[in-house]
Design a protein around this ligand. Structure first.
Ligand SMILES: Nc1ncnc2c1ncn2[C@@H]1O[C@H](COP(=O)(O)OP(=O)(O)OP(=O)(O)O)[C@@H](O)[C@H]1O
Ligand SMILES: [Mg+2]
Length: 357
């Protein structure tokens, strides 16, 4: 097949007066790991349910493998959905849960047993078939839900916050496993999450949504380094915003004057009052004997947050009301600096993203 596997064209959805999806347009390729990322209520679940066919749309088109899905019920679409509350049956065994979707498949019992075994192997639960589903951990239950969806061999697996019920460690493990699984089975995954780190780690591409609209659709690195708007920049990771004025050069509060050339302006040329975005890892503290590769400014350390591998510093710069946040990798032979210490801060205009306003 040529062309995208899924094509969303100007998809709109109203719940009564409420405009929940506002002209969503995107194309998703076969084998892609695609995420919908956005704050609560932005329409992620609505869009996923519309793709699955659980929700009629009010306007626009959704095509799967080139076929318009209008009026096609969920069970006739090449999609399958894994829900947040994974809705496995606790009184059934793991095997029975996984085989549930095969009831009407017309497969013989031996074919079913084989398919169930293969699906359980895929999610690393090969030994757990006879176990009662209620006697599983949260992460194992989530795998059962995955196996149950995968056994139907969908072209697209739709995952609505599948990991949000898990604790942090389990969630990180499952993130890696899901990525591996997706590569192995090669099918398209569409993941809904409001966890930006999760989206960055797992996805080939991410659609960032606010209020029913896609604010930016890009791969993780572009999203992080070249956010399209201030709001996207603020939503993805940590970003310092420094007041600035653009004209003949850029006058940045706390840092000074820089050339406009080399700074990135995602919304086109800016003039007058604007805002300069700088990620914490693009600023660093200079230790004795070190020199800045680009520019250097003096500041006073206001706050130190030690993370083991990293330390976050809030540093006050003259002419700036708010301290800037920077992050340093902790290294052997390099002491963590302390609050109140005067420090030299290295920064680089090439890391600046300039937003109007
Ligand atoms: N059946 C419905 N009737 C009316 N409004 C609805 C319905 N379902 C969702 N909405 C509204 O549409 C908006 C988008 O809801 P949706 O569930 O898609 O958000 P979400 O991005 O998945 O949020 P969350 O991260 O909290 O799950 C919300 O304001 C919600 O209240
Ligand atoms: Mg939701």
């Amino acid at each position: 097949m040529s062309g995208p596997l899924i094509s969303l064209r100007d998809v709109n959805k109203y719940y009564g007066e409420y405009h929940a999806l506002r002209g969503i347009t995107a194309e998703i390729g076969a084998g892609e790991f695609f995420s919908l990322l956005g704050p609560s209520g932005c329409g992620k679940t609505t869009l996923l349910r519309a793709i699955a066919g659980f929700e009629d749309i009010s306007g626009g088109t959704i095509t799967l493998s080139g076929k318009d899905m209008k009026g096609v019920p969920p069970n006739k679409r090449p999609t399958n959905m894994v829900f947040q509350s994974y809705a496995i049956f606790p009184h059934l065994s793991v095997e029975q849960n996984v085989g549930f979707g095969l009831r009407k498949s017309g497969m013989s019992p031996s074919e079913k047993t084989k398919a169930i075994g293969a699906a359980l192997e895929m999610v690393g639960l090969g030994q757990y078939g006879k176990r009662a589903a209620h006697a599983l951990s949260g992460g194992q239950r989530q795998r059962v839900a995955l196996a149950r969806a995968l056994i139907l061999k969908p072209k697209v697996l739709l995952l609505d916050e599948p990991l949000s019920a898990l604790d942090r460690k389990m969630r990180e493990d499952m993130q890696v496993e899901l990525m591996k699984l997706q590569r192995e089975v090669g099918i398209t995954f569409i993941l809904v999450t409001h966890d930006q780190e999760e989206a960055l780690v797992m996805s080939d591409r991410i659609a960032v949504m606010f209020e029913g609209e896609i604010a930016q659709l890009a791969d993780p690195e572009v999203l992080y380094r070249k956010p399209a708007t201030k709001r996207v920049a603020d939503f993805i990771g940590v970003m310092n915003f420094l007041p600035a004025r653009a004209g003949d050069g850029l006058e940045v509060a706390g840092l000074g004057r820089v050339d406009m050339e080399g700074v990135y302006c995602p919304q086109g040329d800016v003039s007058g009052a604007c805002s300069v975005g700088l990620r914490p890892e693009t600023l660093s503290l200079l230790y004795d004997g070190e020199t800045a590769r680009a520019r250097e400014t003096e500041g006073v350390i206001d706050e130190v947050v030690y993370y083991g591998d990293m330390t976050y510093y809030d540093v006050r710069l003259e002419g700036l009301e708010e301290p800037v946040r920077l992050s340093m990798r902790n290294m052997v032979g390099r002491d963590v600096m302390t609050v109140g210490q005067t420090a030299r801060v290295a920064w680089d205009p090439r890391a600046m993203v300039v937003f109007p306003g």
